[in-house]
Design a binder for this molecule. Structure first.
Ligand SMILES: [Zn+2]
Ligand SMILES: [Zn+2]
Length: 82
C-alpha cells in the first residue's frame, strides 16, 4: 500500500483517481463525478474540470458516444426497419 498525494488539494491517501481531462491524480473529495462507461472503463472528472463548460460537456457526451459504440445493433435495427 502506497500513500499518494492528491495533486489538487494535497491530501494524502491510498486511493487516488485520475481525472480524464487534466490527467491529475486526485482524492475522492476532489473528484466531482465518476461514471462507468464500459465493463472495465471508469471515467473520472475533477471539480476543476467540472466547472469548465468545455470539459464538462465533453464528459457528459462521453457516455452517449460510448453507448452508441456499445449498442450499434439497436440503432441499426431501429433505422433499418420498415
Ligand atoms: Zn484532493
Ligand atoms: Zn480535471
Amino acid at each position: 500500500m502506497t500513500i499518494e498525494t492528491c495533486e489538487r488539494c494535497g491530501k494524502q491517501t491510498v486511493k487516488l483517481s485520475t481525472c480524464k481531462y487534466c490527467k491529475k491524480k486526485m482524492c475522492v473529495s476532489c473528484i466531482k463525478n465518476t461514471k462507468k462507461v464500459a465493463k472495465t472503463t471508469t471515467v473520472h472528472i475533477c471539480k476543476g474540470c467540472w466547472t469548465n463548460m468545455k470539459t464538462r460537456s465533453e464528459y457528459k457526451s462521453y457516455r452517449s458516444a460510448v453507448d452508441k459504440l456499445l449498442r450499434p445493433q439497436f440503432r441499426e435495427f431501429g433505422e433499418r426497419r420498415y
